[in-house]
Design a protein. Structure first.
Length: 200
């Protein structure tokens, strides 16, 4: 698999390649969508800087999440270069005297991209931030799990039920529990309850 027609490739200019790579880097996830990065371009090289003007000093006093965000942008840039048939050469934190210089990425060697590299690049445009509930498929799995538990004569405790469905519990009103939490939850006897209600 090669880069699609119309995209910059080895025969195109360095500027067009850099524009394409930066275009892939920018949609990367970042802390509160601040996109705390900036780029500097030289022939055959892109420098990635953390942008202190977008640093959330109160929420992120150590700059850790800002640096992670820049790392996500760098991660996106690499498969973009691979997609175009270039081998990305990356240097992380190359200058101790310039702490805002997160990385330099350059390209000089050409190679036919592997299918998985092209597939990875294709995911860049499809990535979305989702802050909603779990998909309905997860609910169907829970319903099936509940039916199996009832048929075995067991049911989760109320706390486990609340946590496995992702609701807030009275004991921890601000915490959303993952499905893994419910796996380790304690189970209580069925106490005569059936899938259609409480038996006698």
């Amino acid at each position: 698999m090669t880069a699609a027609a119309g995209l910059p490739g080895p025969q195109e200019t360095q500027e067009e390649t850099a524009r394409f790579v930066i275009g892939a880097a920018v949609p990367a996830p970042s802390v509160h969508n601040t996109q705390p990065w900036r780029f500097a371009v030289r022939p055959g090289e892109i420098s990635l800087y953390a942008d202190p003007d977008r640093w959330l000093a109160v929420a992120d006093p150590a700059g850790r999440e800002m640096l992670i965000s820049c790392g996500a942008a760098l991660f996106n840039a690499r498969p973009a270069l691979c997609y175009l048939g270039w081998v990305p050469e990356t240097s992380v934190l190359p200058d101790p005297g310039r702490p805002m210089l997160v990385a330099r990425i350059s390209w000089a060697r050409q190679i036919t991209p592997a299918a998985y590299e092209c597939d990875l690049y294709q995911q860049v445009a499809g990535r979305r931030t989702h802050r909603g509930g779990r998909p309905s498929r997860f609910g169907r799995v829970l319903n099936r799990l509940s039916a199996l538990m009832f048929s075995a004569g067991i049911m989760p405790s109320r706390a486990a039920t609340l946590e496995i469905t992702g609701r807030k519990t009275a004991r921890s009103p601000s915490r959303w529990s993952s499905p893994t939490t419910a796996v380790s939850a304690t189970w209580s006897p069925c106490w005569g309850r059936t899938p259609t209600g409480y038996g006698t």
